[in-house]
Design a protein around this ligand. Structure first.
Ligand code: NAD
Length: 352
């Protein structure tokens, strides 16, 4: 099995590549542009594996994608490359439209051209998994869940660009017959998460004794999934998912942001007792513009049709995650010192 993964140097992509190379034994070509969010050190444990190789390339570069398909001859594409941080999309949407919409379009076209040249079993077995987010569905009230049939209603430039790319992927199936499957997952957390995102930012700021920024009143709810559970789901969906269908992925672990932050503080009090109480560092800051109130996933289709089940719940996963950051300064220190040191992103306030 030869699998071309895009965005494999990112947070979820690297978890997927590690899973495919080590547990599945697939031959993997990781195609990644290495933006600020791409980090080859996340793949250190498999970098010398004979079934792993890396290509630094932009998915918007049609010729490079055509060449990658022609030389690697993949059986499957798993497309994760994207601009992924909502806050950055608020102040710099152009990159999101470029990579998430145009890049997906270029990749679909390269896949269609390559798949069009396959015959027989190879053509029948080919798959294009487009990896997306639950944020395309917009915001929930106090009740209810996102189902695969929930209408799209994105709020941020990020989620709007992902919604557009989902529509392109499904259209390439309906119009050209490309064997596409789409997955929509809730918020991920776990090791190798770039420190601009809520959970790693809170852990590292707590470690440094810096303020722990909580947007608004901290009452927004996210449905948290451990990244390795997501990686297993993606392999399953790409292997057994029905063509032209969507699969929601989520761990049934809804938490208010403030409760996530307080849980991390409690773990830090336990693991770094000299600096307790970490909760004293919590600082409520101006809310994110267009901040969706609540996300919650109904993963019944994935669970019943494909037999997937999350192995971690939030309590086990967050403890592992905090411990991982405390043990792996070699990974995050260069990012904190050189790429992103924790400043606020995505406000519309004018700078004084
Ligand atoms: P990430 O930002 O950590 O990684 C994105 C990767 O894509 C990086 O390695 C980056 O270098 C690469 N990339 C960006 N632009 C590229 C381009 N033009 N060409 C090639 N490579 C490029 O993102 P992530 O959190 O790992 O998310 C991966 C995918 O999963 C995204 O499509 C995202 O929308 C989706 N998703 C993320 C979450 C989440 O909680 N993080 C949840 C659901 C879905």
């Amino acid at each position: 099995m030869r699998i071309l993964v895009t965005g494999g140097a990112g947070f979820i992509g690297s978890a997927l590549v590690r899973h495919l190379v080590r547990d599945v034994g697939a031959d993997v070509l990781n195609v990644d542009k290495l933006t600020y969010a791409g980090n080859e050190t996340s793949l250190k444990v498999i970098e010398n594996a004979p079934n792993y190789r890396f290509l630094k390339a932009d998915i918007c570069d049609g010729q490079a994608m055509n060449e990658a398909f022609a030389s690697f001859k993949p059986d499957r594409i798993m497309h994760l490359a994207a601009e992924s941080h909502v806050d950055r999309s608020i102040t710099g949407a152009a990159e999101f439209v470029q990579t998430n919409v145009m890049g997906t379009f270029m990749l679909l076209e390269a896949a269609r051209r390559y798949w069009g040249g396959l015959d027989g079993d190879e053509r029948d077995a080919f798959r294009f998994l487009h990896v997306s987010t639950d944020e395309v569905y917009g915001s929930l009230g106090d009740e209810g869940l996102f189902h695969e049939t929930t209408p799209y209603d994105p709020s941020s430039p990020y989620s709007a660009s992902k919604a557009a790319s989902d529509h392109l992927a499904i259209a390439w199936h309906r119009t050209y017959g490309l064997p596409v499957v789409v997955s929509n997952c809730s918020n991920n957390y776990g090791p190798y998460h770039f420190p601009e995102k809520l959970i790693p930012l809170i852990i590292l700021n707590a470690l440094d004794g810096k303020p722990l920024p909580v947007y608004g009143q901290g009452v927004n709810i996210r449905d948290w999934l451990y990244v390795e559970d997501h990686a297993r789901a993606l392999h399953l969906i790409a292997s057994k998912g029905r063509l032209g269908e969507k699969y929601n992925v989520g761990g049934r672990n809804e938490r208010r942001n403030i409760d996530v932050v307080k849980r991390i503080c409690a773990l830090m009090d336990k693991m770094r007792p000299k600096a307790e109480p970490h909760e004293a560092l919590i600082k409520y800051v101006t809310d994110r513009p267009g901040h969706d109130a609540r996300y919650a996933i109904d993963a019944t289709r994935l669970e019943t049709e494909l037999g997937w089940k999350a192995l971690e719940n939030f309590d086990t996963g967050i403890e592992k995650t905090v411990a991982w950051y405390l043990d792996n300064e070699w990974w995050w220190r260069p990012l904190r010192d050189g790429v992103y040191s924790g400043e606020r992103l995505g406000t519309l306030e004018k700078k004084a």
